[in-house]
Write a protein that binds this ligand. Structure first.
Ligand SMILES: [Zn+2]
Length: 392
């Protein structure tokens, strides 16, 4: 395992190249100081500097090329100072490949008890001990600079869903003003790439205005934020469709927090290059597996004496070793190897999906994969996801 140190001598910032196009979908290559990534890419979520229950070596064998970690959680515990002292996030969590950190905006607005939100920034009470913490655009960039991820995100204000139009517009305007300050703090003089985040809720008019304002900054990449908040799948696709069409073709496009295999396949067809989502690991820990024959719930009695692997068409370490009967037993008696193995299998499923999507773009058969994934796993938006796997 090697950890490139003198980043500035290797690459000053990421480089992105589109390799194949099919309709609006494309394959590409994203180069960072910690290696190259083939796009469309799925980034497993390592919220607190760990992809829950999985080792970096298991992720590498699965073919994971990039992961996401969480600024809000790491800033609160153990603190970015400690991570920096330990050699930065890659070294700290022993993940030598690319990392993206989010800005913490989403977590501040969804997890913390807000004390004050104004144009200057956000003041909130930590969900851990109630202590008062403030986050400004400049501070969000500074924390992420110390963590040392390859791609960093600006502080933004995602509007909840549903939400009235005036509030969505105000959050969008604030997101734009904060982006200007984040860009100034970032300065673009290091190896980290700052992406812009397009907001604007479920309003196509606001999404257009936001895409225009954000893309005017000529940043290394662009994200679509404020989706996958429980809205119906058709609305998610509609807003992704409108927004993705407005983003520059020569920059990576990242759809934040989305989604199911079907959501990802549909969004790849709309020209999205990067994804992150907690579903494969969260659902794995809750006993659900994505398979080539649809989703299965491992606790179901029907698997009690079933010697088959979770997915007969999968060659992951879980499917190579364990039967459904054994994994069901592990969940019944709280043996953690069960939840670790289902998480690992689901990560293999997602990585395999991205591989199939890239091949389908090259071969012009993307519609087949989109149809197949929609049949295997129905949209899990809104309350249904919460029922499947309550948030910790
Ligand atoms: Zn498997």
């Amino acid at each position: 395992m090697s950890f490139p140190r003198a980043a500035a001598t290797i690459l000053r910032v990421i480089r992105f190249e589109v390799l194949h196009q099919s309709g609006r979908a494309r394959t590409g290559r994203l180069e960072t100081t910690h290696g190259a990534v083939e796009t469309p890419v799925f980034m497993p979520v390592g919220t607190k500097a760990a992809v829950k229950s999985l080792l970096p070596s298991q992720l590498e064998v699965a073919g994971v090329e990039m992961i996401l970690s969480n600024t809000y959680h790491l800033a609160l515990r153990p603190g970015e100072e400690l991570v920096a002292k330990m050699g930065g996030l890659h070294r700290f969590m022993a993940w030598p490949r690319p990392i993206l950190t989010d800005s913490g905006g989403y977590q501040v607005f969804s997890l913390a008890r807000l004390r004050k939100v104004n144009d200057e920034g956000v003041e909130f009470q930590s969900h851990l001990d109630g202590s008062l913490v403030s986050l400004t655009p400049e501070r969000a960039v500074e924390i992420q600079r110390r963590l040392g991820a390859d791609v960093i995100m600006p502080l933004d204000e995602p509007a909840p869903w549903p939400c009235d139009g005036a509030r969505v517009e105000k959050a969008m305007q604030r997101t734009h003003a904060w982006l200007t300050r984040c860009k100034r703090a970032w300065a673009g003089d290091g190896p980290q790439a700052l992406f812009g985040i397009v907001q604007g809720g479920m309003d196509a008019r606001l999404r257009r205005a936001s895409a225009e304002a954000v893309c005017a900054h000529d940043l290394p990449g662009y994200a679509i934020g404020g989706l996958s908040l429980g809205e119906p799948a058709e609305l998610l696709y509609e807003i992704t469709d409108v927004t993705a069409a407005l983003l520059p073709v020569n920059k990576p496009r990242y759809l934040m927090g989305v989604g199911t295999p079907a959501d990802i396949a549909r969004s790849v067809a709309l020209g999205i290059d990067m994804f992150d989502c907690v579903l494969p690991t969260r659902l794995g820990r809750n006993g659900w597996a994505f398979t080539s024959e649809g989703m299965i719930k491992i606790r179901n009695a029907e698997w009690k004496e079933d010697a088959r692997p979770v997915d007969p068409n999968c060659s992951c370490p879980c499917c190579a070793a364990f039967s459904r009967a054994y994994l069901r037993h592990c969940f019944n008696v709280d043996e953690i190897v069960g939840l670790a193995m289902l998480s690992l299998h689901n990560i293999h499923y997602y990585v395999g999906l991205m591989r199939r999507l890239r091949a389908a773009i090259r071969e012009g058969t993307l519609e087949d994969v989109v149809r197949q994934e929609s049949q295997r796993c129905p949209p899990l938006t809104g309350r249904r996801e919460e029922e499947l796997a309550p948030r910790e």
